[in-house]
Design a protein around this ligand. Structure first.
Ligand code: FES
Ligand SMILES: [Fe+2]
Length: 305
């Protein structure tokens, strides 16, 4: 069992749905930490992310229906708009002042709906280093649930020992690692491996839960991995991305190849995380970047509603 209640509620962007899950008026039920959320689209197509506990009697708004620009509770038909306020009650009475739910800043990017854990969004949802949204074809999917906090999973990006011993890569620790003012962290690293050959990666870590990479050399690929804390652990999403070069078949082949590579790497990571009881432990000097990351995560701003 994971103790989500004690997890750090970082003020950052979290993926809460695949774009495809809210198309055609569909309503998606999501979780962020131990809160239930409801995700849907307004008539303009803009995504809306609200707390899902109906303030009338506690029904799950995720079981409601989209009506106009609102989500209508399945029980007594109170309707809630993007600002979280109750827009109408079916009896036509005055709306009680307490009839509102938390509203999360929401943005759709890369085939995912992102919610910001805070009153006002800071920056944009994570991107792929060196690319804007228009230059790429992307495919997002939901992957595994890990029993540790997202920032512990993201520690893998600074855990250079595990890249050697779990993934069998040969390389020098990246230098420099740039800890940017906006909270992102970037580095470049050339790798060599018996299985894959030589390749280089441009890494960017955003928030405490997302890493994007651009790989060149023996494998050309781009991707983004992000995790969202929920009641059962960290729900992870993987996004494969590629250029628009070539016909649909060529694009499909590249996306599929990236997913296979990502899955094969994840198999080894999943084994390490399964059943893990995380505590910061007996670090050695080879862990210094990992230790710095954990310090970064512990000092990262938090937001609790
Ligand atoms: S519980 Fe939602 S309207 Fe009554
Ligand atoms: Fe790994």
């Amino acid at each position: 069992m994971v103790d989500v209640e004690g997890w750090l509620r970082h003020r950052t962007w979290f993926a809460v749905a695949l774009s495809s899950e809210i198309n055609g008026g569909a309503v998606h039920r999501a979780e962020l930490f131990d809160d239930r959320l409801v995700v849907f689209r307004e008539s303009s197509g803009a995504p809306v992310v609200l707390g899902a506990r109906c303030p009338h009697m506690g029904a799950d708004l995720g079981l409601g229906e989209v009506v106009g620009d609102t989500i209508r509770c399945t029980f007594h038909h109170f309707c809630f708009g993007a600002d979280g306020r109750c827009a109408s009650v079916p009896s036509g009475e005055r709306v009680p002042p307490a009839a509102h739910v938390p509203s999360f800043p929401a943005v759709e990017r890369w085939g995912l709906v992102w919610a910001f854990n805070g009153e006002e969004p800071e920056g944009e949802p994570p991107g792929i280093r060196g690319y804007d949204d228009t230059g790429l074809v992307v495919r997002a999917r939901r992957t595994d649930v890990f029993p540790v906090e997202p920032w512990v999973i993201l520690g893998n990006s600074f855990d250079f020992q595990h890249l050697r011993y779990v993934h069998g890569l040969r390389f020098e620790d990246p230098d420099p690692i740039t800890w940017n003012e906006d909270g992102t962290v970037e580095y470049d690293v050339p790798f060599d491996s018996d299985e894959i050959g030589s390749f280089a990666q441009r890494i960017r870590v955003s928030g405490t839960n997302t890493v994007s990479y651009v790989t060149s050399g023996a494998v050309d690929s781009m991707g983004l991995f992000t995790s969202t804390p929920c009641a059962t652990g960290s729900q992870s999403y993987y996004l494969a991305a590629t250029s628009r070069d070539g016909d649909a078949e060529a694009i499909e082949a590249r996306l599929a190849f990236q997913e296979v590579v990502a899955d094969s790497l994840l198999v080894d990571d999943i084994r390490a995380f399964t059943g893990m009881d995380f505590r910061e432990g007996a670090f050695v000097s080879a862990d210094r970047h990992l230790v710095q990351w954990f310090r970064h995560a512990r000092n990262f701003p938090v937001f609790a509603r």
